[in-house]
Design a protein around this ligand. Structure first.
Ligand code: PHB
Length: 331
């Protein structure tokens, strides 16, 4: 409520969907009319890219709580990212798959910057480990129709399909098509970034998701005192609406970063001094310890390998292996 004598005021604006122009206009409004000290949020890469020049011009720290293509932090010296990057979570999947007997992979990603980043990072580590990407397809960001792509995957007979799709409805639609066309029965596995098995959508995927291996920075099933406190706070704030997902954790850690900056600056928030605090900042996140790389202003963290399991009647991303100290390999 109050940090270093400053009243905390949250001004919320909603782009209502992938809308970079609206994001830019709302950010300008936040700076000029609402006189905010920080810009924060940014679920989608194109929206973060559209707002970056506003942050630069106004010298306002911009805390990215999700948008995950590598290029984002390069677009303004006032950006710090607390979420993840697609290369950061995709590269470990390539290494893990190659080490675990997967040889021929078909890749399917959403056709925009995060998908392109994911496809490239997976391929680099997977081929370095001796694997082969036999085919790569990109699906439209808006209203994709997965059946024809899924049929192509089936015909190509890979050991596995590697998938990046923005978390939410798309993953559910993809898995539905995957089941309907009998790919699981044909012995084709799904490996993916954890966007596909987002803790919010797992209940909707049901048994189709069980056994799926993903790499990611956050699982609601992560076992730590920080995560238990977060789960508790989330339950109180939302009235018990299921599990928090990685975007919720991005929001939580972003708020923690802002609070820390305001505290260390004694309430006198100035863009350049804020960035000095953010560079190298360490936080005890619900996902584990994270820090902000002082050079790139991007998050450094452990990436976990997880398997979807049904635990006590609930679908969970259960962590069983880890890649510590991962930086963004995409820049
Ligand atoms: C994005 O950067 O646009 C992005 C990344 C990961 C998601 C969704 C959106 O799951």
């Amino acid at each position: 409520d109050v940090i270093a004598g400053r009243k905390v005021v949250l001004v919320s604006k909603d782009t209502t969907g992938p809308a970079p122009e609206i994001a830019k206009r709302l950010a300008q409004e936040a700076v000029v009319r609402d006189k905010v000290d920080f810009l924060a949020g940014f679920g989608l890469t194109p929206e973060a890219l559209a707002v970056a020049p506003v942050a630069t011009q106004a010298k306002k720290p911009m805390i990215v709580m999700n948008a995950a293509s590598s290029i984002v932090t390069a677009k303004s010296p006032y950006i710090a990212r607390v979420s993840m990057t697609l290369p950061q979570v995709s590269a470990p999947m390539g290494t893990w798959a190659a080490k675990n007997g997967i040889r021929r992979v078909f890749t399917l990603v959403a056709d925009y910057a995060p998908g392109h980043d994911s496809e490239a990072a997976f391929k680099t580590t997977f081929t370095a480990g001796g694997g082969q990407v036999i085919e790569a397809v990109r699906t439209p960001l808006k209203n994709p129709e997965f059946s024809p792509f899924v049929q192509r995957i089936k015909d190509a007979k890979p050991d596995a399909v590697f998938v990046f799709l923005p978390a939410g409805e798309q993953g559910i639609a993809f898995m539905k098509s995957f089941q309907e066309r009998g790919l699981a029965k044909a012995g084709i596995r799904v490996i993916a970034t954890g966007d596909l098995t987002d803790d919010h959508v797992l209940p909707a995927m049901g048994d189709a998701a069980v056994g799926m291996i993903t790499t990611f920075h956050y699982s609601a099933a992560h076992d730590s005192p920080e995560n238990r406190a977060f789960l508790d706070a989330y339950r109180k704030a939302t009235g018990d609406q299921g599990q928090p997902n990685f975007m919720a954790v991005g929001g939580w850690d972003g708020m923690a970063a802002i609070a820390e900056v305001v505290k260390r600056l004694g309430g006198q928030v100035d863009g350049d001094r804020a960035m000095t605090v953010l560079k190298g900042l360490k936080l005890a996140s619900p996902r584990g310890a994270i820090s902000i790389d002082p050079e790139t202003r991007d998050v450094v963290q452990t990436v976990y390998v997880r398997r979807v399991e049904k635990v006590g009647g609930q679908y969970r991303n259960v962590e069983f292996d880890r890649f510590p100290d991962q930086r963004d390999p995409g820049r």
